[in-house]
Write a protein that binds this ligand. Structure first.
Ligand code: DGL
Length: 266
């Protein structure tokens, strides 16, 4: 029997779990390694060169040591800059997560709100995406690192302060009909964001599209998770998140508790 494929999922923090959840729902039989670079977090505040070096070093190390077949950069902030370099350095497919501007433009009749990290908002990549796929749409850009920390805090069990959320999202309230969640942390705040933006605003993230892309690239069919599941391990670049909190976060996504492995010497 052929060995199952090994997939690396990478993010600065726990946001990539939102993408992992989608991939796992399609392909529960593969072997997954989730690496979160909590030492470099938050990526939205990192200098581009520093980010490029970190991601290339960490991902390269994991790919070599764990015999990885496919990498998912489950982070918009990283994907909007590191994909060309990783694709040059690695001999395996590298899937990135970038803001879902194209599907947003297809359904928006009023205006789109792109909510992402400050770095993603400033990237040429993002501006080119808008030029290419939403040339006729009005796109409001909103960059916030505070939203990323709010999402991480929520997974630690701290309630979201809806007044603060309202204040941050205020430039978009009543202005848009579609919001693009351009950071993988934000699906964690989807319920609260929907409450603030209003139920008529469509919130779009990239998780499902990424899962379909991974299935195609690995030439895998969707598997019935009732019949077969395989394992996943979680690694972190610094002292991991409090184990209890991480496992609360995993439970939120329907995953079983795990032990986190520190990644030595990075
Ligand atoms: N989850 C990341 C993203 O999709 C970034 C969060 C951060 O580290 O600033 O952009």
């Amino acid at each position: 029997m052929q060995a199952e494929k090994n997939v690396l999922i990478f993010d600065s923090g726990v946001g990539g779990l939102s993408v992992f959840k989608n991939i796992y729902a399609h392909l529960p039989h593969l072997n997954y390694i989730y690496l979160f670079d909590n030492e470099g977090y938050p990526y939205g505040e990192l200098d581009s060169e520093v980010l490029l070096e970190r991601v290339s070093r960490l991902v390269g190390k994991m790919v070599t040591e764990h015999n990885i077949d496919l990498v998912v950069i489950a982070c918009n902030t990283a994907s909007t800059i590191v994909l060309p370099r990783l694709r040059q350095e690695l001999k395996i497919p590298v899937v990135g997560v970038v803001p879902a501007i194209k599907p947003a433009a297809m359904i928006s009749t009023k205006a789109i709100g792109l909510i992402a990290t400050p770095a993603t908002i400033n990237r040429h990549y993002t501006h080119n995406l808008i030029k290419e796929f939403a040339p006729q749409s009005k796109v409001h850009l909103l960059g916030s690192t505070r939203l990323v920390t709010m999402a991480e805090d929520k997974l630690r069990g701290n309630p979201v302060n809806c007044d603060e959320l309202k204040e941050i999202l205020s430039p978009l309230i009543n202005q848009i009909d579609v919001a693009v969640l351009g950071c993988t942390h934000f699906p964690l705040l989807k319920y609260e964001m929907q409450g603030v933006l209003g139920k008529d605003v469509v919130l779009i993230d990239s998780g499902e599209a990424i899962a379909v892309r991974v299935s195609r690239l690995l030439n895998q069919n969707v598997i019935d998770s009732e019949l077969t599941t395989s394992g996943y391990s979680i690694y972190s670049s610094a002292t991991p998140w409090e184990g209890v909190a991480l496992n609360l976060g995993l439970a939120e996504f329907g995953f079983n508790p795990v032990r986190t492995f520190p990644l030595p010497g990075v």
